[in-house]
Design a protein around this ligand. Sequence first.
Ligand SMILES: Nc1ncnc2c1ncn2[C@@H]1O[C@H](COP(=O)(O)OP(=O)(O)OP(=O)(O)O)[C@@H](O)[C@H]1O
Ligand SMILES: [Mg+2]
Length: 468
Amino acid sequence: MKTIRMRILMSYGLLIASTVLIIEILLCLGVRHYYYAQLEAMLEQQANVAAGIFANYLYDGSLRQRSTELIYNIPFISSQIQVLDEKGKVVEDSAGLTLGRNEKSPDAVEALAGQPGRYTGPAEYTNDRIMAISRPILAGASVRGAVRVISSLAPTEQTLFRIYLLFIGTGAALLAAVLAASILLSRTITAPLAEVTAAAETMARGQLSVRARKRYEDEVGRLADTLNHMAEEISRHDRLKNEFISSISHELRTPLTSIKGWAITLQTDPLDEENETHEGLHIIETETDRLSGLVEELLDFSRLSAHRVSLSRAPFLLGRLLSNVVRLMAPRAGRLGILLELEMDEDTGNVEMVADQGRLRQVLINLLDNALKFTDRGGVITIGAHCKGEGVCMSVHDTGRGIAPEELLHVTEKFYKGVDAGVKGGSGLGLAISEELVRLHGGRLEIESILQAGTTVNVYLPLKEEGA
Ligand SMILES: Nc1ncnc2c1ncn2[C@@H]1O[C@H](COP(=O)(O)OP(=O)(O)OP(=O)(O)O)[C@@H](O)[C@H]1O
Ligand SMILES: [Mg+2]
């Protein structure tokens, strides 16, 4: 695997190394050129002066005679100096090395031809490389010989070598510093990443209690946050799922126990007493109804929470919906001795809604079912609607036993049932489903209640929903 760290190191390393290399080469070439140019300028100056002096003194005597005398009297010439006659023979040499030789170096040849000459390269008589500058000695227009000023390049090259070493050392130190910095940088990136990865792997193995450590407020830090959030959500869903399963099991067990109990009783002495048999069968029937109702609600609820319920919206009159529901529930209210009233002005009744009428009916029936369940004989239930802002508010009010404030927060949770609600045979899904259905319509469900005085459930629905 080509790690991020390697990639950072490679790219930084290559970039810096090539930059340093190019700069070093340019610097070395520059310095070398500078030193050579300095030396050349100095030698040229000396050669010019010497050639001038020789030319001036030549009118009275031969080159050979005058040269010895002159060569040691040119005070400022520090380099080796040769005097050549017109044939190129060395007639004088301040170093005494080449006396009598025929000088064939290119600079000498040039000078004897009347042109200034310059040569850099190995000398025949030493191992060093030299720089030689030659100037013709002129008497009028004729060349009488040449002056050659020679310097060994060894000291210059030694100096240059030391400078090169300095450059290379500095370059290497720079490169090492940059590499060290990029190693540190890549660590600050890869170490947190490795930690987050390790945490993610642990989470993947099912240990959702681990948390990724957040080192910096950067992209990796955000990744850690997201991962932790994900783990929390998964744990929460896990918990919910378990609670859900245990509540369902509980809900299923109660009716099943009583069905089984009666089945056993009826089996052992079926013909014992007519009345008892009848009661047993009746209980089995109601418990079975309750079970199938529960399964129905559960299916509905699971579809709702998986967002698999799509509303089939169609236009209808608000008044129609409400009077329909009242007509449906009136017989039961009558049986229980509870007064069921519809309260709605004509304008509201004529409001045309575009919504899923069947689902809203389900909501209202749920609310009325609760009101009927938790209101005593002689109570009053009012169902009504009025326009409110951009929408409508439908409400179901009862004069029943009310909900305690601490319970109020929980009544819309799934499977939540009040203490004595179990006796009334509910599963605790009614309000949860209703709230979800209202939410799907883009509205909200609010419950107000005073203990022992009554409960009002308000359902706000927008008339024009965005995107609908
Ligand atoms: N109108 C009301 N008056 C008093 N308490 C209520 C009223 N409506 C709801 N509650 C309380 O809220 C709880 C939850 O109501 P919900 O409708 O969700 O469940 P349920 O009626 O018990 O069962 P289900 O509706 O599934 O048959 C009820 O058990 C009850 O304690
Ligand atoms: Mg209910």
